[in-house]
Design a protein around this ligand. Structure first.
Ligand SMILES: [Cu+2]
Length: 191
């Protein structure tokens, strides 16, 4: 297919999408809404308090995510699962508005799962006794805008970074036993 025809096909797919065909949401190539090399997310807890910030930088082979959180309660000390969820919406009380895991690959959940990992999976992070967290994690199973054929975080319904109550065991379905959603942040292009 020539480039012009390919572009036409994508435009047609986008038009179909706007007519209300959510099934096309998996077509991340047609959906990337930005060309940002960097994105960020303000992280909030279930009481809607701002507890930190995530910076997401697109590299040539993956996305580097830098997490900085402060002032988390004593109950948060320990390991926590972190995932990339499908919808850029942290508006409801338990953050289920952020949808499930980004996973067009349809692989199973878990970095240690022989059938995994899914596109949303990341290593655990640790909240220290002073309520502070600093971490960098890297993934090549997503991209900001559809780079290297990976699903775009900045697609038309966005995406969210979610920190769960518990540690992710990287094997159990569907989310490694990570429990409820403790912290959520809408991922937005940074310019
Ligand atoms: Cu999750």
């Amino acid at each position: 297919m020539t480039r012009a025809l390919h572009t036409l096909a994508l435009t047609t797919a986008l038009a179909a999408c706007s007519l209300g065909a959510p099934a096309l949401a998996a077509d991340h190539h047609a959906e990337a809404m930005s060309d940002a090399a960097e994105a960020h997310a303000v992280l909030i807890d279930r009481e809607r308090n701002e507890v930190g910030h995530a910076r997401l930088q697109q590299g040539p082979t993956g996305v580097l995510i830098t997490l900085e959180l402060d002032g988390l309660p004593d109950s948060a000390v320990g390991w926590h699962g972190v995932h990339l969820h499908q919808i850029g919406d942290c508006s409801n009380a338990d953050f289920t508005s952020s949808g499930g895991h980004i996973n067009p690959s349809e692989r199973s959940h878990g970095l240690l799962n022989p059938e995994g990992p899914d596109n949303a999976d990341l290593p655990n992070i640790y909240v220290h006794e002073d309520g502070m967290l600093r971490a960098q994690v890297f993934t090549d199973r997503v991209s900001l805008n559809g780079e290297y054929d990976a699903p775009a975080l900045l697609d038309d319904n966005g995406s969210a970074l979610v920190i769960h109550d518990n540690e992710d065991d990287h094997t159990t379905q569907p989310i490694g036993g990570a429990g409820a959603r403790h912290v959520c942040g809408v991922i937005e292009a940074a310019h």
